[in-house]
Ligand binder design. Structure first.
Ligand code: ZN
Length: 231
């Protein structure tokens, strides 16, 4: 959205909005250093608290000429995350690494669980400051979530909610409104607060064919009603 309206115009709109930027979404590790630095600069420009970082999909890596298998792609991540942390060190924004649902492994993220994300972050050198963006939509299926969220602890920087529709029609752009699907968001709230996260809850509803066609004002009213009911 920033790029499509132009950075100068986006800044003018933003500065007049009186809103706070919890995060800028999204930077992809596989896009390389130039793209990441651009996102970091943008995040600072808009005063974002975090920059959400995903790996990018396996196909993004293949497009750069990469010919290894997926396990080898995953083995690159520690070095790349370390380099990203070093790039971010001279920016105000903090990096929040977001594991995504296995169904988007091919085109969004080769890290598909919180357990895997934690194992990777644990191998980073001390002083490499990368936290986590936790998305209930991406992780609702995972086993032992409470234990893993406790392990994540103060590394949790962002918390995203929406709902999983049982008859979802798109791998990415058919998220449900809280309360319309299968995610136990009250249980999630209890778990994430027990893990120590008391920050904002970000409602993230990618819904190309339904909610994005609803006027923003009425959609916002439904979000408020549902968050009051589900939380
Ligand atoms: Zn998310």
């Amino acid at each position: 959205m920033i790029e499509s309206c132009g950075i100068a115009e986006a800044r003018r709109i933003w500065n007049d909005s009186d809103m706070v930027a919890e995060s800028l979404c999204v930077a992809c590790l596989f896009e390389g250093e130039v793209a990441l630095r651009h996102r970091l600069d943008l995040a600072d420009m808009f005063g974002a608290r975090t920059l959400v970082l995903i790996t990018g999909g396996f196909e993004d890596l293949a497009a750069t000429g990469y010919s290894g298998g997926i396990e080898h792609a995953r083995s690159l991540l520690i070095d790349r995350l370390g380099a990203a942390a070093e790039l971010a060190a001279d920016h105000r924004v903090r990096l929040a690494f977001e594991p995504l649902h296995p169904m988007v492994c091919g085109f969004r993220s080769v890290v598909s669980s919180l357990g895997e994300a934690l194992d990777i972050l644990d191998q980073l050198d001390d002083g490499h400051d990368i936290g986590l963006a936790i998305d209930a939509y991406a992780l609702w299926w995972e086993h032992d979530l409470q234990a893993k969220l406790m392990r994540a602890g103060d590394r949790i920087l962002n918390y995203h909610v929406s709902d999983w529709l049982s008859d979802t029609r798109d791998l990415r752009l058919d998220r449900g409104m809280p309360g319309d699907g299968q995610i136990a968001l009250r249980d999630w709230r209890r778990m994430i607060e027990a893990a120590g996260y008391l920050g904002p809850v970000e409602v993230e509803i990618f819904s190309r064919d339904r909610w994005w066609k609803t006027p923003a004002k009425s959609m916002t009213a439904v979000i408020l009603e549902r968050m009051n009911a589900c939380f």
